[in-house]
Design a protein around this ligand. Structure first.
Ligand code: GCB
Length: 556
């Protein structure tokens, strides 16, 4: 532990992994007799003394390559470390990464040996005003290396990136086209690259140009489209020089037409639910396929075909599993309360986090929406920031839909109209208008939902991206008694009735599938550190409202 973030106790940098040379030598830290943390894993859930720790912890791990191959390149890959990670290998500082939920790599080719390598990573989860998220958020600040770390070996020239997607214009053609973009890195570029999709009898070679960035299309006959009903994935292999990558990829289109969302050209209603990237049973960040199976299993049982991965990038396992299970996804970065919109450095951070997310997931058919912000007030700095970010996101990935959870006009001036209106200027930039609305929980009682209606102004689909209320599982009473399952159930019934009437309603993601940890929620005996708006308790028991939403989804 390094609570003051000095990076070296007693004057010796921790990254050196120093050990006393003899009995008189002074080194004021030591890993060998130190404590062990599991990676991946948040540190707070692992040791009682770390429950609420915010600061730096240094991790050391030894690794062997066995035989470092001449002409190969090596990287350290970190799936996610919350929030700032300082990475070194064999005493050499490689860099500092900011952002707690997206993957990053550092090259270690020039500092490794066959055996006895050590990587030292300092992770600091302090909160900061110019961070994303900023200082206060309604979720737990799990610190540490929360996702997998790998040592990656690639040939000297390697496939650095690939983006493979169905060409929307050919959706209705018998022979469809698949757009392929490859990026090949390294000094000696091969002349040719190849893409192979055996099931579609595709085996096509293309010439590589001097820049290493190539775009081409391949024709696909009898292609089965990916959809929730038929989540068909194809094995796709790409070869370039000595490098070869295989992936499982689904092909579908997603677009909007007027107030509809079209999946493969057909209108789809998004029966969704919000989710935090936590395994509530363990009280830790989710970090495995099993964790993903738990929550996606619950969502399927609820009748969902859609999930909002709130409020930051979730583990990659869940996105890959959603591809296999046929669940559509909304993904976002934590542009949440209190962001410094006027600070150009913060915009840079937002772009970095978004690009790391998009490059990770843009080959996943399940992922259909990039959301650029949650509940942010439309002031000029914020409008400029989000407009630029929207253009940036589209410039990397023009194939997906953009949204943001917007505020109603009444939230700004507070007048209690019966018609809620939306005029946030950022809506012009979005494909889908999303709204969070807590009438009946924050302000008013559930029966007030009967007197409200919504007017959106634009000819675009609408998603209700949040609504809900808290209930302690097992606490019962009448429907006007707060925190009971009956109150939450009543709120769901009234809310669903209200939202179902929205002109252009294309889906909803109530808040939220399971209770989640939040230091903002301290009501003793009820919350005890948990936001209780889950439809399932942190122990895995379903509340009444789960079945109400399930019935509604069954009817849609
Ligand atoms: C919201 C936020 C979400 C909170 C939720 C709540 O509007 O987007 O992060 O957790 O309300 O429970 O109040």
């Amino acid at each position: 532990m390094d609570p003051y973030d000095t990076g070296g106790m007693g004057g010796t940098p921790v990254m050196r992994n120093a050990m006393p040379n003899d009995k008189s030598d002074r080194v004021e830290y030591g890993f060998t007799a130190g404590k062990t943390l599991w990676v991946p894993g948040g540190w707070n859930a692992q040791k009682p003394e770390l429950s609420f720790y915010e600061g730096t912890i240094w991790y050391r791990q030894y690794f062997d390559i066995e035989k470092v191959q001449q002409g190969k390149r090596y990287f350290i890959y970190v799936g996610a470390a919350n929030y700032i990670a300082t990475v070194s290998c064999n005493g050499k500082r490689l860099g500092k990464h900011e952002g707690g939920f997206t993957p990053f790599c550092y090259e270690i080719t020039n500092c490794i040996r066959d055996n006895g390598n050590f990587v030292i990573i300092g992770v600091n989860n302090s909160r900061g005003a110019d961070y994303i998220p900023s200082k206060v958020a309604d979720w737990f600040n799990h610190g540490g290396i929360t996702r997998e770390v790998k040592v990656v070996e690639v040939p000297a020239t390697f496939i650095n990136n690939y983006f493979i997607a169905l060409d929307k214009a050919t959706l209705h053609d018998k022979t469809k086209k698949i757009d392929v973009a490859l990026e090949i890195s390294g000094a000696k570029r091969p002349d040719k690259a190849r893409i192979v999709i055996p099931e579609l009898k595709i085996n096509q070679e293309v010439a590589v140009n001097a820049t290493g960035a190539i775009k081409f299309t391949v024709s696909a006959k009898n292609l089965q489209l990916w959809s929730p009903e038929n989540p068909k994935l194809y094995t796709v292999t790409i070869e370039a020089g000595d490098d070869r990558i295989s992936d499982e990829i689904g092909f579908r289109t997603i677009e909007t037409k007027g107030k509809q969302i079209l999946l493969n050209g057909n209108p789809v209603f998004l029966k969704g639910i919000c989710l935090h990237d936590e395994n509530p049973l363990r009280g830790d960040r989710a970090n495995s396929v099993d964790d993903a199976k738990l929550v996606l299993g619950w969502a399927k049982e609820l009748g969902c075909n859609f999930i909002r991965l709130a409020h930051y990038p979730h583990q990659e396992n869940i996105v890959r599993l959603a591809d296999k299970m046929g669940i559509l996804l909304w993904e976002e970065i934590p542009l949440y309360w209190g962001i410094q919109w006027g600070n150009p450095e913060v915009l840079k951070k937002a772009k970095a986090q978004f690009s790391e997310l998009i490059y990770r997931d843009y080959n996943r058919a399940s992922s259909i929406i990039w959301s650029i912000a949650n509940e942010t007030a439309p002031i000029p700095d914020r409008n400029r920031f989000l407009a630029e970010l929207a253009d940036y996101v589209r410039s990397i990935d023009p194939t997906r839909l953009l949204s943001a959870a917007c505020k109603k006009d009444q939230e700004l001036d507070g007048h209690p109209d019966s018609v809620y209106t939306y005029n946030d200027p950022i809506m012009e930039k979005l494909d889908i208008i999303s709204l969070n609305e807590y009438l009946g929980w924050y302000g008013g009682l559930p029966n007030e939902c009967r007197n409200k209606s919504f007017k959106m102004g634009l000819d675009k689909p609408v998603i209700v991206s949040e609504f809900g209320g808290g209930a302690l599982q097992g606490l019962h009473g009448d429907s006007l008694t707060r925190w009971t399952e009956e109150f939450q159930d009543y709120l769901y019934k009234e809310s669903i009735g209200m939202f179902d009437k929205i002109d252009g309603l294309a889906g909803m993601t109530p808040w939220i599938l399971a209770d989640f940890m939040s230091p903002l929620r301290q009501l003793p005996g009820i919350q005890d550190g948990w936001n209780r708006k889950g439809l399932i308790s942190e122990k895995g028991f379903k509340k009444k409202a789960f079945y109400t939403l399930q019935r509604y989804y069954l009817s849609k």
